[in-house]
Write a protein that binds this ligand. Structure first.
Ligand code: SF4
Length: 218
């Protein structure tokens, strides 16, 4: 149970309306064609960079080293060269190689489908683990990144300081059948409309229910 002070006063129907409306505006990306391992690597590469850089780095890596075994065997300098577009490439390359070796040695080459196991891997936090559950296994989870955290607080769905608390509150107030699309839709909403700086309120369908907008208007 989360503290009541961390929850807004949205009804379940209002929460469903928000997710449904986002689904009308944006096409949901599911990554259904990617394996859990590919999603895990992609999510590590996506840290602190833009989607297009993540895409370029992921494609470059898997074009040369298409699976866990080949990545684990690859020279780390070569992985770093391939994933350079994603930034922080030396750190990310080392992490990807280390994670690949651990998965082969300790998990028989199978990415675990549990958040508790995933977060034991080096460099894998709750957000990355939740992304693997949602996008790799298509199972219910709510990855909370900077966009989901910011938008949930702006709207007033949650009143939290830490992404982990946002995840706890969202898990409690959002109907489970709505968990899967939340991350991708809110990320696109955050990149295009509810931006960190200069949110485009006039393009937003939620002005009449948004706490941040109400407070700006006062
Ligand atoms: S009204 Fe503005 S701050 Fe509120 S959700 Fe929409 S864009 Fe974001």
């Amino acid at each position: 149970m989360v503290e009541d002070s961390m929850k807004g006063d949205f009804t379940t129907d209002e929460i469903k309306f928000i997710v449904d409306e986002l689904g009308e505006i944006f096409e949901r990306r599911t990554f259904e064609d990617s394996t859990p391992y590919e999603v895990l690597v992609r999510t590590i590469l996506s840290q602190r960079t833009r989607d297009e850089n993540t895409d370029r780095a992921t494609e470059a890596l898997f074009n040369v080293y298409p699976d866990m075994e080949s990545v684990a065997d690859a020279p780390v300098e070569e992985i770093a060269r391939l994933v350079k577009p994603a930034g922080f490439y030396n750190v990310k390359a080392g992490r990807i190689k280390e994670v690949s070796n651990i998965l082969l040695d300790e998990y028989d080459g199978v990415v675990p489908d549990s958040i508790d196991e995933l977060v034991k891997l080096p460099g894998v936090g709750r957000k990355t683990a939740n992304c693997v559950i949602v996008f790799g296994f298509q199972e219910d989870a709510i990855p909370v990144d900077v966009h989901v955290h910011r938008i949930s607080n702006r709207l007033g769905l949650v009143n939290t300081k830490e992404p982990e608390d946002t995840e706890d509150v969202l898990r409690e107030i959002v109907p489970r059948s709505y968990w899967l699309p939340i991350n991708d839709l809110m990320v696109q909403f955050g990149q295009n409309i509810c931006k960190p700086i200069n949110p485009q309120h006039m393009e937003c369908p939620f002005t009449d229910m948004c706490k941040f907008y109400r407070e700006c208007d006062e």
